[in-house]
Design a protein around this ligand. Structure first.
Ligand code: SF4
Ligand code: SF4
Length: 352
């Protein structure tokens, strides 16, 4: 296997592999031993950055199975989605226990995408108070923040409190490269990026297919990025990412322009399959699956008969929605999930 190139993670000074393991898809690997094998395989190939979150179901526990023996090999990052002091402390203790470690390399404030959340973490009884105490006690080495709001990520860079920021960067969504990444370089802040392959969106359909290597090269070409996190659900995903690092070839400006135009055709307003919404739904609706139908149905209207068949097979359909809105609070891309569920139900809940 080729060696993965390393980059400096800003002022932490840590040399991280430019490909890191993201924890979300581990939720979908049902068998714990299988998940542990996959994580071990990534480490065997040299990957030395693991990122997860308290919000990612049982992914911390799965990673913990490997960390109990191989903690020294990685830069270990998780996140808290509790923003008040007391709950953030509880979450930190749970994360450490789940990950089977006595310290985190990076503790991130998860999805700080609204002013209200930013205010909350910095309030007198906010999560950042817990973060400072945890660092004094040696439980956390560095602070990070993740989010989908460039202005707040820029603020996080400039405030000087955070060592690493985490945002979205791929062919379809790359505004992070305009101000935030250059500012992070200037302040020597590490930059981790998520969704480099847009959750597989680029490869979902042959009509809109983008070569995965090209999608990777676009991300790797930005030297201000320290590490690109990709969720691995199988060995093939890991091998593909490593191959991209090994074969990296800069894209020409023309090529970038064409690829970006193609990705734009897919639109910003599409489900990225992150799965945050699904965890929340009291009705048990497989929201991402229905969101995919919505996205594809808008582009491929000639396929509506197929969508009707697929929709008929769903045990729980969109009309089970209780209108609680929890899914929309969680969706990092602000998708109007309830409207979309209704749109799909109205069109596809028809006799086949
Ligand atoms: S609004 Fe509907 S789809 Fe969304 S979480 Fe609530 S019940 Fe589920
Ligand atoms: S609807 Fe939003 S939260 Fe749910 S999987 Fe898609 S992008 Fe993620």
């Amino acid at each position: 296997m080729p060696e993965i190139r390393k980059r400096r993670l800003g002022r932490t000074g840590f040399m991280v592999t430019e490909i890191g393991l993201g924890g979300i898809p581990l939720m979908r690997v049902e068998d714990f031993d299988e998940a542990a094998r996959l994580i071990s395989y990534a480490l065997d190939q040299g990957i030395n950055y693991i990122d997860t979150a308290r919000a990612y179901g049982d992914s911390e526990e799965k990673i913990g199975l490997v960390m109990k023996d191989r903690r020294d090999e990685v830069f270990l990052a998780t996140k808290t989605n509790a923003y008040d002091y007391d709950t953030a402390w509880q979450y930190l203790e749970t994360s450490l226990k789940n990950l089977q470690t006595d310290h985190l390399d990076l503790w991130q404030m998860h999805d700080i995408s609204t002013e209200q959340r930013w205010e909350e973490i910095w309030s007198a009884q906010g999560a950042m108070k817990a973060a400072h105490e945890a660092r004094e006690q040696g439980l956390v080495r560095y602070f990070g923040v993740s989010g989908h709001n460039d202005a707040l990520l820029l603020r996080a860079v400039e405030c000087g409190e955070f060592d690493v920021i985490l945002g979205v960067y791929n062919l379809g969504i790359h505004s992070l490269g305009e101000q935030v990444i250059p500012a992070a370089q200037q302040h020597d802040i590490g930059v981790a990026v998520m969704k480099p392959l847009s959750g597989g969106l680029f490869f979902r359909r042959k009509e809109t297919f983008i070569d995965p290597m090209k999608a990777w090269y676009f991300v790797l070409q930005n030297t201000g990025i320290s590490v690109a996190l990709v969720g691995f659900q199988n060995q093939r995903d890991i091998d593909q990412a490593i191959q991209a690092s090994a074969t990296f070839t800069p894209l020409s400006e023309d090529e970038i322009e064409q690829l970006v135009a193609k990705a734009r055709f897919l639109g910003d307003d599409v489900c990225r399959d992150c799965g945050y919404c699904k965890e929340e739904c009291p009705a048990g609706i497989d929201i991402p699956k229905i969101m995919h139908m919505f996205d594809e149905a808008r582009v491929f209207s000639y396929e509506w008969p197929r969508f009707r068949r697929l929709y008929a097979e769903l045990e729980i359909k969109g009309d089970a929605c209780q209108d609680c809105g929890k899914c929309e609070e969680k969706c990092p891309f602000d998708l109007k999930i309830r409207e979309r569920l209704k749109w799909v139900h109205d069109r596809f809940n028809q006799p086949i």
